[in-house]
Design a binder for this molecule. Sequence first.
Ligand SMILES: Nc1ncnc2c1ncn2[C@@H]1O[C@H](COP(=O)(O)OP(=O)(O)OP(=O)(O)O)[C@@H](O)[C@H]1O
Ligand SMILES: [Mg+2]
Length: 366
Amino acid sequence: MRVISIANQKGGCGKTTTSINLAAALATNKRKVLLIDLDPQAHATSGLNINSDLSIYNVLSKIVHKKCRLEEIIRNIDVNFDIAPSSLILSTLEQELSGEIGRESRLSDILAGFKANYDYIIIDCPPNLGILTVNAIRSSREIIIPVEASRFSMEGLSQITSVIELVRDRLNHDVDFRVLVTNFDSRLQHSFKMLDKIKSSYKNRMFSNIIHVNVKLKEAQNEGLHVFGYDKYCRGAKDYFSLSREIIIQETVPPETESNPEVEKLEKRMNQILKETLPKIKEITLSLNAPEAKEVYLAGEFNGWKLDENSRMEKTNGLWSKSINLDSGKYRYRFVIDGNWSEDPGNPLKQVNPYGTMDSLLEVKK
Ligand SMILES: Nc1ncnc2c1ncn2[C@@H]1O[C@H](COP(=O)(O)OP(=O)(O)OP(=O)(O)O)[C@@H](O)[C@H]1O
Ligand SMILES: [Mg+2]
């Protein structure tokens, strides 16, 4: 079970939007997901149209009249997708826990005894670095820090990463973080500048997928739906689906267990599930004439820009090629020739990417 917190003390940077839609995307990929709404504002709860008398407060508080186990408050949203709702009263927990020993481990203690069979627990944090966020970090091995490209502040980022380091060192808890760029508006030069700034400090800790501004994400939340239930072909749905693939792909590469037959079986099954999930509309073959090259990869939006066995191209008589199954739509891609990223020289369709270079464009018609 992977426990991932979505945290940033900055308000409105896309924590809840990411929590809801990443959880839904993982569920679409046949992963069983529990979303824990740990924000007293309860935006994830209302954003999924859940009304509940019981909330995560009933699980975390020791003085509440109706004390519950986590299992008792869980509500189903969709296939493979459950939520542990929040409520305003959760805001009193901070005061209630002040002075209590082990207050920062209340949630992790509960999760340690939680027997339900989830592949992922996603925790939506409030916009502060108080006891709830510390509890979330203490319960997670991974933190996603959404950062809005439009109003990025370096100072805010260093504060949350300091808290993560503090939890890691003081509480001896192994936890890592990655930055997710949200609200990226490719029409604005400013967004590209911000992206460069984030990259210069957090290059190795960034997701390769970024989340673009898409009004459908806002509309879905207002309608009480995740974006896949609202408009599964919109840009926002595609961005969160690609992000989920980037996260899922990490399940399958444990180098130290590479020759373990059990792990190989699991990897095979996962790859099979991924293939089943992606509709196989058309088989497309991309090729590149590079007889001198030693290793070439095909990386694009369709494979989360990953360089691995699945994206490695085959060489026949100096011609490198790779076949992929794609749904109809437009996709950006690039070749990686002996470590150098380059556009497809045989394809005149190109578009500038957030890094200021060109991506080649592929359109698969219905
Ligand atoms: N990529 C996006 N495109 C368009 N609107 C977005 C996007 N991401 C978030 N929003 C909208 O921006 C607002 C703030 O987003 P969200 O609630 O996810 O932020 P948050 O970090 O959870 O906020 P808070 O700190 O208050 O919990 C919401 O109205 C949401 O619908
Ligand atoms: Mg929120």
